[in-house]
Design a protein around this ligand. Structure first.
Ligand code: ADP
Ligand code: TRP
Length: 311
């Protein structure tokens, strides 16, 4: 069976873009592979400084994996920070790649372009992600199109190590989840927690209502494009055509229809989410991380041999 590994950063509350672009496709793919689903908490540390928020976001990711239909007995759900081999291997890769190579990273360049200061963790981010993937001899990595470059970095890290120390790492394949178009947020731009334009996934219905009602509508056209572009992910386009032409210009009615359509999909997941306690999360992460550590520690044993630190 091929091995699949992917991860989500606990850097904010998950939104419907994350569900459609990541959680849903993960839940449809994972059982055809030996699957590892990670909470990339050390990656989130590149942007987050609030410990209560980080802790709550970590739980949010685990509950979201399970609420989206992933069975923790059929996949290894684990926490990156609990498997110390990830940061150890990242260091080794950092010693193999050059500064100009990492300077090509989009995430790093975007930060600089905005005039912000990038921390070294953000700069090294691709090497930690390479370690995440390569430690498990991963075959496929399902990620959104925005992560394509990170996969290339992982392949390069594998190849640089293999050339320097002998064949050790498998070069993984990216499985780009581009079947779902980018879901727009309430302002029509890409929905993203960093833009504050999200429609939350598992929050109570009144929060969903508030977010949908706040979608910016352009009064010049007959069809509220920002509403429609979200709606088409929740109802067949043929049905939407008749709904939107029957209610031309009636934005409130159309938004109410969108709320009901999102709610029909989210309600059972919201209930499942609420049924998972923090102590269930602790158990899942304890078991998953112990399981992951078994693979990672074997691999690192070999790596330490190869680089010459084990004497
Ligand atoms: P955010 O942009 O909110 O910070 P992340 O970058 O953490 O989200 O993305 C986590 C996953 O969710 C990625 O696989 C990404 O491709 C997917 N994703 C994020 N936003 C969207 C969106 N608006 N539409 C589709 N998929 C998305
Ligand atoms: N960088 C990914 C994101 O922002 C999260 C991530 C960290 C990841 N490590 C990974 C994804 C390993 C796949 C494999 O979405």
């Amino acid at each position: 069976m091929q091995r699949l590994l992917t991860g989500l950063q606990p850097s904010g509350v998950l939104h419907i873009g994350n569900y459609l672009g990541a959680l849903k496709p993960f839940s449809e793919l994972y059982f055809s592979f030996e699957s590892f689903l990670m909470v990339a908490d050390y990656h989130a540390l590149t942007t987050l400084r609030q410990k209560d928020e980080l802790r709550s976001n970590i739980r949010d990711i685990v509950k979201s994996y399970v609420a989206a239909g992933i069975d923790p007995n059929k996949a290894v759900i684990f926490q990156q920070s609990r498997v110390q081999e990830h940061t150890e291997l990242a260091w080794i890769f950092e010693c193999l790649v050059t500064v100009p190579f990492l300077e090509l990273s989009h995430a790093y360049k975007d930060k600089l372009a905005k005039g912000l200061e990038a921390n070294v963790g953000l700069f090294n981010y691709p090497m930690l992600m390479a370690a995440d993937i390569l430690l498990y001899d991963t075959d496929v990595v399902p990620v959104g199109a925005d992560q394509r470059q990170h996969l290339e970095y992982a392949r390069e890290a594998a190849s640089k190590f293999n050339i320097a120390f002998g064949q050790t790492f498998k070069e993984p394949q990216a499985k780009i989840l581009d079947s779902v178009a980018i879901v727009p947020g309430t302002d029509g731009k890409k929905m993203s927690k960093s833009y504050g334009n999200t429609i939350p996934l598992f929050e109570p219905k009144d929060v969903l209502v508030k977010a949908v009602m706040s979608i910016v509508t352009d009064s010049s056209g007959e069809r509220p494009e920002n509403v429609y572009q979200v709606h088409r992910h929740f109802r067949a386009e043929a049905e939407l055509e008749s709904l939107y032409s029957a209610h031309k210009g009636k934005y409130k009615v159309l938004k109410e229809a969108l709320i009901e359509d999102i709610d029909a999909v989210v309600k059972p997941m919201r209930e499942k989410y609420a049924s998972i306690s923090d102590s269930d999360v602790a158990t899942i992460l304890e078991k998953g991380s112990a399981n992951a550590r078994e693979y990672a520690s074997k691999k690192m044993y070999d790596v330490r041999e190869k680089i010459g630190v084990s004497i």
